[in-house]
Design a protein around this ligand. Structure first.
Ligand code: UT7
Length: 320
């Protein structure tokens, strides 16, 4: 299988910070409940002029700049999201227009909820393999605040807005493994439009049980893939899990028996940004100097659908 690597990444969040105390003025909740059950202390919500599309454009522009490649060389644009500004045009199409990206390439959104960025990387790999160009733009971005029922304390305290974008490069030699799966159904988590399900609805406990099954399974399955390279978890520099709940990530760490510092967490200040959480975490790792050229990564997520997915991929750093 043709491999890909991540050439650059850039994250973004809206300007308005909303603390747990702020949430307690909206619904009957408190900082202690949210912090102890989830690890979340604050999140960001979009204000006037900010949206999924505007954030996707800004993050993509920065990721392209960091990549050091020319925009003419982009061979696909994919945005993982469930909260785009419009049902159509896609977020990806509006990013293409705003940044003046090439026209003779596939441009689309992917919906796999919180597993979306993982799915989008895999779709990007496939599209680059089938096309003539070497680079792709893969975005994970959400504006979930507009899809939350702000009277439902069991969901509205959990989510936030933001995400990131990555430039990927196809490379024959690159390490790349993928695991994707789904167990379709609307019973556990659902978000519809124009009916009773127009807000995020979720059976939190069932999602929790699913997550602590899916995430360790993805990691084990990735490590077990036989591609001729013998790789154990100790060869991996960072495991970046979907940032939904600190207790879920702690469970994954415990099962892995690895050093907890390998498992990045930033949901304390972003909440759950769904498809945005993994690129946002990668961008923070990069900006803090922890994500270095040549690092091997495992990225793993779970979400509504239900969906799950993981990739093993390396970080290349820009061409500049
Ligand atoms: O990207 C995927 C998205 N979803 C997830 O990752 C969710 C995964 N699930 C979870 O993170 C956890 O199940 C939750 C954080 C959602 C809930 O934690 P829990 O420990 O499973 O709590 P619970 O649902 O059992 O609720 C316990 C109590 C209930 O009260 P009673 O029935 O025991 O009297 C809730 O009504 O806590 C109450 N409660 C709240 N209290 C204060 C629920 N939400 C809140 C709240 N503030 N925001």
């Amino acid at each position: 299988m043709q491999g890909i690597k991540i050439l650059s990444v850039a994250g973004i969040h809206p300007s308005k910070k909303v603390t747990n105390d702020d949430m307690s003025r909206i619904v009957e909740t408190d900082d202690e409940w949210i912090r102890t059950r989830t690890g979340i202390q604050s999140r960001y919500f979009c204000e006037d002029g900010e949206s999924c599309v505007s954030m996707a454009i800004e993050a993509s522009s920065k990721a392209l700049e960091r990549s050091g490649i020319s925009k003419e060389d982009i061979g696909c644009v994919i945005c993982a999201t469930i909260s785009g500004d419009y049902a159509t045009p896609s977020v990806a199409c509006l990013v293409q227009q705003a940044l003046g990206l090439p026209e003779d390439i596939p441009v689309l959104d992917v919906n796999a909820a919180c597993s979306g960025f993982i799915y989008a990387l895999c779709v990007g790999r496939g599209l680059l393999e089938g096309g003539g160009k070497k680079y792709g733009l893969v975005i994970g971005m959400e504006q979930l605040s507009r899809l939350l029922d702000m009277t439902d304390r069991t969901t509205c305290v959990l989510f936030g807005d933001g995400g990131g974008a990555a430039v990927i490069e196809k490379d024959e030699e690159a390490l790349f493994r993928q695991v994707l799966g789904a167990r379709g159904g609307k019973e556990i988590s659902c978000l519809g439009a124009g009916n009773d399900e127009s807000f995020v609805q979720m059976d939190g406990k069932a999602v929790f049980r699913f997550a602590v099954w899916a995430m360790p399974k993805c990691i084990d399955d990735l490590l077990a893939i036989n591609d001729g390279n013998s790789i154990t978890l100790s060869d991996i520099d960072h495991v970046v899990c979907h940032q939904a709940n600190s207790r879920i990530i702690d469970h994954v760490v415990k099962k892995s028996k690895e050093d907890p510092s390998k498992f990045y967490k930033n949901l304390d200040h972003f909440g759950n940004t769904s498809a945005g959480s993994i690129p946002l975490a990668l961008s923070e790792l990069y900006e803090s100097g922890q994500l270095k050229k040549g690092n091997k990564l495992i990225l793993v997520g779970f979400g509504a659908g239900l969906t799950w997915g993981g990739v093993m991929i390396s970080f290349e750093g820009g061409k500049a």
